[in-house]
Design a protein around this ligand. Sequence first.
Ligand code: KIV
Ligand code: ZN
Length: 402
Amino acid sequence: MVAQEKSKLIIFDTTLRDGEQSPGVTLNDEDKINIARNLSLLGVDVLEAGFPVASPGDFNSVQRIACEVGSLMEGREKIGKPMKIAALARCVEKDIRTAADAIKDAPEKRIHVFLATSDIHLQHKLKISREECIAQAVRSVNLAHSLCGDVEFSPEDAGRSDPDFLCAVLSAVIEAGATTLNIPDTVGYNTPKEYGERLRYLIQHTKGSDQVIWSTHCHNDLGLATANTLAGVANGARQVEVTINGIGERAGNTAMEEVVMNIHTHPNTYPVYHTINTVHFARVSELVATLSGMPVQPNKAIVGKNAFLHESGIHQDGVLKNKETYEIIRPEDVGVLTNNLVLGKHSGRNAFRSRLEELGYSDLDKEVVQAAFEEFKKLADQKQEIGDSDLIALVSDQLSGA
Ligand code: KIV
Ligand code: ZN
């Protein structure tokens, strides 16, 4: 059997645009430059720097990122093409011209235009007919294409749009010059099966579909953003739109670290490869959490503080014997280098002794270890996590006969 050739999966990061749309998040210019630099180190392919027409501040930060992209790339490990800078625009002339202006100095750039296509948005928000929607999308993509060779089009709320109407809109924008078609499940409504099948249907029924890159853009309202994105990849998407820590409107966007580590962990499941340098994930996650003021939940996949910790005695014993008993990802692959055993009331003697050895107590008498372990269990009933200073105090008490 001939092995299927893998396609490159384009990682489109929208932490600075959709991510910044999280309630309560405002990043200043320095924060944005700092995050952009780190996204470059991570190996992001396309960076959506913002929505320039939204405010003079947004325009300036997008312009700064576009101008400084060369220096942002300094120190980036060579992974192929440099980071492309994208700016968002509604299908409105002023938005498109402002976006083009903001990114004009970037060596590689993209204008990303969007227009809602679901009946609920057309009737209640835009108050336009389907015909007017197609005409506005075509006019806008034409204009964007005249200003920038690389144009992405997003039919907002595609997850709830009539698939055949979507095919009509998408066929028309391909003809007008769109080069990437992004399919947003704007309100996180789809199931993975539905989203995957929707993408496949669109690819099969849109005229000129083989001339463009298909992209996913999922929201996490039902906790399915990562699953939907992966279903999109399995069904033909070759770009994923993601944010660090999954930050974004309401329940957030698809988390980059989750999609990338799924592909990393199941290399034979998806027909794609990525060029993300995963060892930067833990650090970049912490940076975004700190600058955005949105802490990461402890049990968050990949970058949560507990993602590689093992508290129960049975799990600790297994991990001490062979890490693969309870770890499907090597913590060091995502930049987590800490000791992965947290001591608490469920911890066993092996984990306790092992931590003492790491702290330098490698030749304690068995009786001392046993007595300290019994005291440790009593302490663990009162305290959730036992730190190294507690362990040192417990051993000192035993050695001094206290
Ligand atoms: O969720 C959405 O529909 C968007 C578009 C602007 C792409 O963020
Ligand atoms: Zn979005």
